[in-house]
Write a protein that binds this ligand. Sequence first.
Ligand code: 3SL
Length: 245
Amino acid sequence: MADLKKLDVFFSLNSFQEEELRDKAVVVIDVLRASSTIVTALMNDAKAIIPVADMGEASKIAQNVDSENYLLCGEKDGIKIEGYDLGNSPLEYTREIVGGKKLIFNTTNGTKAIKKSIGSSNLYIAAFLNVSAIAEALRKETKEIVLICAGWKGRLAFEDMLLAGNIIHLLSRGELPESSRDGAKVAFGLYDKYGDDITSVIHQSNHASRLKELDVSSDIDYCCQIDTTDIIPRLKEGMITLKND
Ligand code: 3SL
């Protein structure tokens, strides 16, 4: 059973060291948009997602696999990378396109946060789209839990902290122990204040403004939907697949 006094939240991918995650259950969060895209791809029957840290790693893998069964996917600064099959809009990841495929996935912050967390005991991927399923999985965890917000280039991203707060609210049933860690208190408090108005507050976030400049506002609405699926993506042997037990 999860011990909420030990649960912590890291606000960006630069706010922790790999060693801190050893023997912990980790949840990586990148609401806009990497974790929402991962959840959508698996919901639409992608076979697996291979997160990579950069373009070099992505092309090395792509060169050694059969291109019929793999898609090269991702973005740099929000924009689809030249030569890639797909960018990072979850709306592109339809069943027709990703069903049965393995995706090599490379994003500015989200996949880097996943790669940095690879030494943890269990690693889950959360979005608002699957928030209750993630909370349910965490409830059964016996390890200490760390929620990692990918953020944006080392900075905090409002929408990631808000989802961390939502997960903590669900886990604590709205009553966070006073002795909780600071990161958990901050995320809990943020959700307390803004949790009734998720879509409109996320629309006012810094990353939403960047995405609006790229003309992908519909992605923001999509990523703010709650519990559209109960899938639990988790990392195993370098690939993100569905947890089946
Ligand atoms: O940083 C990331 O991993 C991306 O999700 C950023 S973006 O939404 O594609 O701009």
